[in-house]
Design a protein. Structure first.
Length: 157
């Protein structure tokens, strides 16, 4: 079991995104015929036949609003897959999507990028401890290497 926990998108955020995503678009559900899409609602890969949507999500936006941070131009948005309908949420209580190289992007309390680290397949507590070694780091985003897509957020334990 990990000291750190992957934070899936919150149910209230998912409800908003399923209605209108962060780019102002109404998502279009599709049946995932093959499976394998990384779902940010339950932090697992989709299964063949599940209904999913691809939405535009701004991972710092709601955190910044809740904390008073102003991420400025770092308030980016990008594509993420979620179930088209409400789901049960994460099936585990640890880290997810550790099956490939990832980037751990570090952010300060004011929403600025403090740096990033490329980590290998099977990353865990040691890599996250290193990312949080700097006391100025408020949160870490786990991102895909290939496209830079947001997978999930990790905060200090």
């Amino acid at each position: 079991m990990s000291t750190y926990t992957a934070r899936a998108l919150a149910p209230e955020v998912l409800a908003e995104l399923r209605a209108t995503d962060d780019a102002g678009r109404v998502p279009v559900p599709q049946r995932d015929e093959e499976g394998g899409a990384p779902l940010r609602c339950c932090l697992r890969h989709s299964r063949a036949g599940e209904r999913i949507i691809l939405v535009s999500y701004a991972p710092l936006r709601r955190w910044a609003a809740a904390t008073g941070a102003d991420p400025g131009p770092y308030d980016e948005q990008g594509p993420v897959f979620v179930h088209a309908e409400e789901c049960a949420g994460p099936e585990g209580d640890g880290l997810a999507f550790t099956n490939a190289h990832r980037v751990l992007r570090r952010y300060s309390a004011d929403g600025r990028i403090l740096g990033g680290d490329l980590v290998g397949e099977g990353f865990g507590d040691a890599e996250l401890a290193k990312a949080f070694d700097d006391p100025a780091v408020a949160l870490v985003h786990v991102r895909a290497v290939e496209y830079g897509c947001f997978h999930y957020e990790v905060r200090r334990p």
